[in-house]
Design a protein around this ligand. Structure first.
Ligand code: AKB
Length: 315
């Protein structure tokens, strides 16, 4: 099947491309960024804010399915709300409209725990009032509603997951949950890391292989089993100091200190501590495979390998 991806150069893109290629699909990766050295797939420049360019590329490539990953994350979005609105809101509209008018069968959307605001039940279920406090969260909540609308009224099979903070052996860009990954990267690279969050910070997190599998399983789920367009998926919810302890078990001698950054700590404190993913489990059989310590055991050697190959995993 031919699949087009927006924002393919971001944190999810490389793992998702690898998984889709392994399933035998033909991938057209698009991004503002130039093609990375790997993976080897067709790569085209695309700014999703440019509606005519989005329409042109979808018309030319005629993909059956689009994975829409292009987004500005929470911390960068608070520093530049206009950019977050343009990429996340206008970009999503452009992609939805191009998919609808050009006959794309399915659109996969990546939402986030950022759609939630403070004061919600713990763990937080799918259906609660959405009161996001960031431009990223506002635009992701609107994107979810647009997906529901296009699914119900415009004949486009839109589906998506609300991702926890994702952790993988590649650097995210401008998220508030990035402290978790930096503990691993700097722990391996220099033996220490000063986290921008308090040690008692607890938010939902997930190892990327689970995240990619969740997206692929939802894409493949029979339509008649789905009771909604967007689903919570949960991994684990450790405190920051529990992540530090897990890193320390795999990288002996590592030192993690804490210097909370008001902007990112405020965002983290506005998000749920844990997600309730009952609907995803019931409708399409979702279940995570990695605990925090299982992720640590798998991830640390991958980070070592990347760094030994000269990768610039700095932030
Ligand atoms: C962020 O921190 O902005 C992202 C997210 C939780 O969506 N990792």
């Amino acid at each position: 099947m031919k699949i087009l991806m927006t924002g393919a150069g971001g944190q999810i893109g490389s793992d998702l491309i690898t998984a889709l290629v392994a399933q035998g699909h033909s991938i057209v990766a698009t991004d503002l960024k130039p093609r990375p050295s790997t993976p080897e797939v067709a790569w085209r420049g695309l700014d999703v804010v440019d509606g005519a360019a989005v329409d042109r590329i979808i018309a030319e490539e005629a993909p059956e399915v689009v994975y829409h990953l292009a987004a500005i994350l929470s911390a960068t979005g608070e520093k530049n709300p206009a950019l977050a609105y343009a990429v996340n809101q206008t970009g999503t509209w452009n992609v939805l409209e191009a998919c609808r008018t050009r006959g794309v069968r399915q659109l996969m959307f990546c939402s986030s725990i950022a759609v939630y605001g403070p004061g919600l039940p713990d763990p937080t279920p799918d259906d609660v009032g959405l009161r996001p406090t960031t431009m990223y969260g506002v635009t992701k909540a609107a994107g979810e509603m647009l997906c529901e609308y296009y699914r119900a009224k415009r004949g486009l099979d839109c589906r998506g997951v609300r991702f926890p903070g994702l952790i993988s052996a590649s650097l995210p860009g401008g998220g508030s949950t990035d402290y978790a990954l930096f503990m691993y990267v700097d722990g391996v690279r220099v033996g220490s890391y000063q986290a921008f969050a308090r040690p008692d910070t607890r938010v939902p997190l997930m190892y990327m292989p689970d995240g990619v599998r969740g997206l692929l399983e939802l894409a493949a789920a029979p339509a008649d089993k789905l009771t909604r367009a967007i689903y919570n998926i949960a991994g684990f919810s450790p405190r920051a100091d529990e992540i530090a302890a897990s890193v320390g078990r795999a990288v002996p001698g590592v030192t993690i200190t804490y210097q909370p950054d008001p902007l990112r700590q405020g965002i983290l404190d506005s998000w749920p501590r844990a997600l309730d993913d009952t609907c995803a489990r019931a409708d399409w059989g979702w279940a995570p495979r990695y605990t925090l310590d299982q992720m640590t055991v798998d991830l640390v050697p991958k980070i070592r390998e990347l760094l030994s190959g000269g990768a610039k995993l700095t932030h």
